[in-house]
Design a binder for this molecule. Structure first.
Ligand code: SF4
Length: 362
């Protein structure tokens, strides 16, 4: 798809500003989709490479967590609720959808509050919601648990796999083979949490961070700002999405998150355990923690050997570098999470026809 005409002026400005060669990572999966959809990565001067980051919550949920979800969902009497994409991500024993086909009560919901309603309507069943996501999903998940506690619902719990963006950025920069020199920050996450935490990361890691949105003009304007910082040797946070993001985020959402959750170390697919990069339920709410309620033992297994999604999530490879892309791995038969999720880089490349170019080149 062709980007709007005004974007071309921004590309010209980027070309004028550019002296060196720079690699910039867009953090958010929604941004990756816009970049691929409009061919923004191909409009840029040759000195700039865009790297796709781990900004898709389904993609970064590790295999072991999916296996735990599977083990809980197959227990008798459980109604296991999840967003749709998560049902299709392969764990080491299969997908949650395959469990549904086997007769287990696995349900697609659009909000944790839908799952809460199921708990109210089925007091004789245990209802579990798979609470994955970045800071954007945390307020709704916190609200569901807060309401469950208030209503004394003893049959509602969360399997929590919430992750946080700011601690992930230094982990990317410190990972072996890192090529990232600047970040395009996630606008919707910052809408909830504000920009303050990113300032500490930019200062400590000496990395430019430009918060931005999803439209071609937003992305190109952010790339222009990032290139300008890189050329001038600056490393600060710039808010290029001021119509949506304020420095303090959404105070009510943040307060709700702080009331229900506390920080914890969390494993990420492709990145391993990142200190203080996740949320877990506070002690007062742990009665609603599915991992405590159900004693599930899972065996840690590796990713399918042909799947390089871990390297893609760190910006070290692109979907077209994977031999399975568009051949044995397609949206209808995905091998890895980055092909399943609508926000995954492999799904974006496939949706916008890059698998056909790949085949044509072979
Ligand atoms: S194309 Fe499929 S197999 Fe290859 S990295 Fe992406 S999800 Fe994994």
């Amino acid at each position: 798809m062709t980007p709007p005409e005004e974007s071309r002026g921004l590309v010209d400005l980027i070309a004028k500003r550019l002296r060196g060669r720079w690699s910039i990572m867009e953090v958010c999966g929604g941004q990756t989709h816009s970049i691929v959809k409009y061919g923004i990565d191909r409009m840029l001067p040759a000195g700039i490479e865009l790297l796709h980051g781990p900004g898709c919550p389904v993609c970064v949920t590790p295999l072991a967590t999916i296996d735990r979800a599977y083990a809980i969902a197959e227990k008798p009497g459980v109604i296991f609720c999840s967003f749709g994409d998560m049902l299709r991500v392969p764990g080491s024993r299969g997908t949650l959808l395959s469990l549904k086909a086997r007769g287990c009560d696995v349900r697609l919901v659009y909000s944790p509050l839908d799952a809460l309603k199921l708990a109210v309507g089925h007091p004789d069943r245990q209802v579990v919601f798979f609470a994955i996501g970045f800071e954007t999903t945390a307020p709704a998940n916190a609200m569901a648990v807060w309401m469950a506690r208030r209503q004394r619902l003893s049959n509602f719990s969360l399997l929590v796999s919430q992750v946080l963006v700011p601690p992930m950025l230094p982990a990317i920069l410190q990972s072996p083979g890192n090529r990232v020199q600047a970040f395009l920050g996630p606008g919707h996450v910052c809408m909830v949490m504000g920009t303050t935490e990113y300032e500490a990361v930019a200062m400590r890691c000496k990395v430019p961070i430009v918060i931005t949105g999803f439209e071609p003009a937003d992305l190109l304007a952010a790339i222009l700002r990032a290139v300008t910082q890189l050329e001038e040797g600056c490393a600060v946070v710039e808010n290029g999405y001021g119509r949506v993001v304020g420095p303090c985020g959404n105070p009510s959402g943040r307060a709700l998150i702080a009331e229900v959750f506390e920080r914890c170390d969390r494993p990420w697919r492709g990145l391993g355990v990142i200190p203080r990069s996740g949320l877990r339920l506070r002690a007062e709410y742990r009665d609603h923690d599915a991992e405590r309620r159900f004693d599930v033992q899972t065996v840690e297994r590796g990713e399918p050997p042909e799947c390089i999604s871990g390297l893609i999530l760190r910006g070290l490879k692109k979907p077209v570098d994977c031999a399975a892309f568009g051949t044995t791995c397609r949206p209808e038969s995905p091998l890895g999470a980055t092909m399943v999720s609508v926000e995954g880089a492999c799904a974006a490349y496939y949706a916008h026809g890059r698998h056909r170019e790949n085949k044509a080149a072979v």
